[in-house]
Each structure stands twice: as C-alpha cells, then as structure tokens.
Design a protein around this ligand. Sequence first.
Ligand SMILES: Nc1nc2c(ncn2[C@@H]2O[C@H](COP(=O)(O)OP(=O)(O)OP(=O)(O)O)[C@@H](O)[C@H]2O)c(=O)[nH]1
Ligand SMILES: [Mg+2]
Length: 205
Amino acid sequence: MKLVQVAGWLGSGKTTLVIALGKGLSKNGKTVAIVVNEIGAIPVDGKVVEEYGLTVNDIGGGCICCQVSGNMFRTIKALYEGPRPDIVIIEPTGLAVPGSIRETIRAGAHEMDISMGPTIVLIDIPRAEKLLGYEGLKRLVTAQMVDADIIALSKVDMATEGELLEARGAVCVVNPRAEIIHLSTSKGEGVAALIQAVTETRVEA
Ligand SMILES: Nc1nc2c(ncn2[C@@H]2O[C@H](COP(=O)(O)OP(=O)(O)OP(=O)(O)O)[C@@H](O)[C@H]2O)c(=O)[nH]1
Ligand SMILES: [Mg+2]
C-alpha cells in the first residue's frame, strides 16, 4: 500500500486532481482509496469524489496535520487491515503542512508494509501573486512547498506566461529539490505525468 498526498492552499485544485488521479490509476488497474480531510462539518468533497466510484474515507473534526492526526492514522490502519488498496491518496485541508502528516505516518507505520509516494503540492497560479505576497499566507504556503517532492503549478490554463515564469522562479527558490509540473486538470495537462510519478516514485518515509 502506497500513500500519496495532494496538498495545497484552499481552492488550489486538490479535489479536482485527486479525482483525475483516482480515475487514471483505476484505469491502469490500481485499486485506489481516497482520504479527504474536511474542516467543516459537511463533507462536500467526499460526496463529489464518490460519484466516480472511488472509495472515499472522510475525516472531519479538525485538521489531520494537527488536531485529528490520530483519526487519520486509524483510517490508514483500517484501510491496511481491510481492503488494502494499492494506492491511498490523501487530500489534507488547505491549511495543512504535509510534512507533519508524513511525520504521523512515519511514527506509526513501522508495523505495516507501507511505502511513501510523492507529496504533491499545488500552487494556484492565477492566485500565486496574492498567496506569496501576503506575509501571513506566504509563511504557510512556503511551509507547504518546502515539504513537496513535486510542486504542481495549477490552473495554468488561466495563467499568463509571465505569471507562470514568476511563480516558477519563486518556487525554485523555496524548494530547489522539487520537480515542477505545469498542471491544468481541466484541460488534462500534467495529469499523465503525475499518474506516472504516483505509480513509479517512492520517497524515503
Ligand atoms: N481553470 C481551472 N480551474 C480549475 C482547475 N482545477 C480545479 N479548478 C477549479 O478550482 C476550484 C477549486 O477546485 P477544487 O478541486 O475544489 O480545489 P481544492 O483545493 O480541493 O479546494 P478545497 O478542498 O476547498 O481547499 C473549482 O471551481 C475547480 O473547478 C484547472 O485545472 N483549471
Ligand atoms: Mg478539496
């Protein structure tokens, strides 16, 4: 069972990508479970994803990177002991720092045969200037980027060449180690590369 995170600020396109990855991986013969973390009481995202016939596990009651990390771990353990899908895609809240989620998994997963796939962090390109322009936001978005194996510049269909170049420069400075992918889930750009990365990449837990 391999765990993959799709993280990124609120509204950056995580669920849209998670659905596309889930569908693509299923088509390639992989069994996939999706773990969605909603801060609010109504698990809207889970309902949307379920329409596509993917297994969805909703964790409410707080953010899995801090308040309800135990719930996330129990969900992963239940998946492992039950259906044990090939790939579990985790969508944390837009406020989560992926490194602390990985830490929770690392701390408890030693008795399970779990591998870590890439942590994908989305940067909403049409909003990148705003996200990286405000000090408070910048701190969190930067913390998310630092933890990424792959940074997906999302919604490139809505971005100008200038916006893309500028965002790419900023991203490289924050995390020179991450692979950068141009993503437009609506237009299908970058999705195949991410499916391949999820399938083939293994990172240190
Ligand atoms: N133009 C464009 N819009 C997109 C793309 N991907 C997602 N969106 C839109 O962006 C909005 C937010 O997408 P979601 O997938 O719900 O984003 P999210 O990161 O899961 O949002 P939260 O879970 O609320 O943080 C929706 O209106 C999507 O239709 C894209 O590639 N291009
Ligand atoms: Mg979402």
